[in-house]
Design a protein. Structure first.
Length: 97
């Protein structure tokens, strides 16, 4: 799955779920970044209220429901910087993807 595919699926999910109130950046390391704010996602490395560092493979597993977000966080596969409440509110986004 390319970053463009991720952005397309995320835009659909953001629209379905009504969007997010604060900005979030998914940092895939060498595989790039995806930034989301409101009902729009884009490939961009912008400052965000919350940055979630996760491998692209683990993100795809999270989005497909094959990896539990809390387990990923507890095991260190997912790291959150900034506003933790933003990360906690992403459950509806992932369930829409």
């Amino acid at each position: 799955m390319t970053n463009e595919d991720i952005v397309a699926k995320m835009n659909e999910a953001l629209e379905k779920s009504g969007g997010i109130d604060k900005s979030v950046k998914f940092d895939f390391g060498d595989d790039g970044q995806v930034f989301a704010n409101g009902t729009t996602a884009e490939i961009a490395d912008k400052d965000a209220d919350c940055t979630i560092s996760v491998s692209k493979d683990d993100f795809i597993s999270l989005a497909s429901g094959n990896l539990d977000p809390m387990m990923a966080f507890m095991s260190g596969k997912l790291k959150v910087a900034g506003d933790m409440s933003v990360a906690m509110g992403l459950q509806s986004l992932f369930s829409s993807m």
